[in-house]
Design a protein around this ligand. Structure first.
Ligand code: UDX
Length: 446
């Protein structure tokens, strides 16, 4: 890639959590390759190690945490984010003040995760341009923008009305009102408060989205019109940038295990970095997986509830369990034929990029949107709704890996994979969007 002559610095502000940190650091790598210097400003928890060998040349700064990690568990994600934004303004301003002294006019802009909107106050004070990165889908961003404008009272009343809930949201086809990502995250009015804050506080000059035009064309077109600022779909960042950073240690032994399995026979199971299932559900799932007779690789994170002993014994005979997997390598492995996922956006993009069909078991919010796209728009997966019972699990695994329909799902997944990979090559949509974004950064002034 061609480097710029003048090196300018970009300040990145990731939100805590693997699903947010990973794409932000991938963006940092990309911009580093384009000739920018990078400073990462982060809190204490879920942070990128400042000694990380993976980011040579990056300046990594830690600001005092305004909320403890335990608060996340206590408050839940919505209240946590609302509070974090109220309490982090001062320390972030101080930090930018110091960086301004250190780097002077060299700072080109602040790029912050949309949930770290406290960053706007410092950007305004120090007259720095700000850019938002949305690490989830364009459709989720479109929903958030839509939800930021609704009348909360009317919206809540509509939620009680099945007819209103079945209607397609204007311009957001195929989404229906009941599918808007407001439920299961906390009280709906508080979710609306967060959507309003995220959009209201925003003074940003541009929005970066970790997506690809071919995946979400209509949501991107809607956002382009609605936001009135440039929207840059630069994804999938995990293939445009060099390997990302894992906040946890990856158990590489699973690759050796995969090497011993037949092509496209394995179902890989992971629920991302935050969620875990209840013991009963895990047991049913384990029994269904064993009944399916397909080998499986299962990520059960440290701290998850342990499997009952007899189930655990059966699972270790038929499958392979790790605490944290090298997910991208796993999905790229020829033995992997399907991915059981909670449909976090990173996992979705990673699976699409490798052409791996999915069993969708979303938990909340935007994961449900992603599941709709996987099952009904791209048609590369199936969704499990209702109770997770062993028979349902067995059936789903067979549909995905063995039955006739599995071949057409895989075929569509492979077509999509090629389109997505083409988007990051010279002349592709994400490649061009990155070039445009860099040109934009070179000229943007307050
Ligand atoms: C969170 C939200 O839950 C999700 O809905 C949102 O889209 C992003 O933020 P998370 O639940 O962690 O993310 O899911 P996901 O977005 O899929 O990110 C998980 C990341 O962890 C992926 O990049 C995946 O490759 C990585 N991972 C997961 C591993 O590297 N190893 C594992 O064993 C499991």
């Amino acid at each position: 890639m061609e480097k710029m002559n003048t090196k300018r610095r970009i300040v990145l502000v990731p939100a805590p959590g693997q699903g947010h940190v990973t794409p932000m650091m991938q963006l940092g790598k990309l911009l580093d390759l384009k000739g920018f210097s990078i400073t990462v400003v982060q809190g204490h928890f879920n942070q990128v190690s400042s000694s990380s060998q993976k980011f040579p040349g990056f300046q990594i700064v830690t600001i005092p945490e305004s909320l403890q990690e335990s608060e996340f568990e206590r408050l839940g994600p919505i209240e946590f984010l609302l509070k974090l934004n109220k309490t982090s303004k001062a320390s972030f301003k101080d930090c930018i003040g110091h960086l301004m002294v250190q780097h002077g006019n060299d700072i080109a802009c602040i790029i912050y995760d949309e949930f770290m909107y406290f960053s706007e106050a410092a950007a305004k004070e120090f007259k720095l341009p700000s850019v938002v990165i949305n690490t989830s889908s364009a459709t989720n961003q479109a929903c958030r923008t839509f939800l930021s404008k609704v009348n909360a009272e009317k919206f809540l009343a509509n939620m009680e009305d099945p007819q209103a809930q079945d209607k397609v949201v204007e311009n957001l086809h195929p989404l229906r009102y009941k599918e808007l990502p407001v439920s299961d995250m906390g009280p709906v009015e508080r979710v609306l408060d967060l959507c309003k804050d995220v959009v209201k506080e925003r003074r940003a000059f541009a929005v970066i989205i970790n997506t690809v035009s071919c995946l979400e064309n209509s949501s991107l077109a809607w956002l382009d019109q609605e936001l009135g600022i440039p929207v840059y779909p630069l994804g999938p960042l995990h293939i445009t940038a060099p390997p990302p950073s894992s906040l946890r240690e990856e158990d590489m032994s699973c690759i050796e295990w995969l090497n011993k399995q037949k092509p496209r026979s394995v179902i890989y199971i992971s629920l991302g970095s935050v969620l875990s299932m209840k013991t009963k559900e895990v047991s049913e799932m384990a029994l269904g997986l064993c009944d399916s007779n397909q080998p499986f690789l299962w990520v059960i994170r440290q701290g998850s509830e342990p499997l009952p002993e007899e189930v655990s014994k059966m699972v270790s005979e038929k499958g392979y369990i790790v605490k944290w997997a090298p997910q991208m390598e796993v999905l790229a492995h020829p033995a992997v034929g399907g991915f059981w996922s909670h449909c976090g956006w990173n996992s979705t993009l990673e699976s699409v990029t490798e052409g791996v069909p999915m069993i969708c078991r979303p938990f909340h919010g935007e994961q449900k949107l992603n599941a709709i796209y996987i099952e009904s728009v791209w048609k590369i997966g199936i969704q499990i709704e209702g109770e997770v019972e062993r028979g349902v699990v067995e059936r789903a695994v067979k549909r995905l890996l063995v039955d006739e329909e599995s071949a057409s799902m895989r075929e569509r997944a492979l077509v999509l994979k090629e389109k997505v990979k083409a988007s990051v090559r010279n002349g592709g949509s994400s490649y061009n969007a990155l070039d445009e974004f860099v040109k934009y950064l070179e000229k943007v002034e307050l």
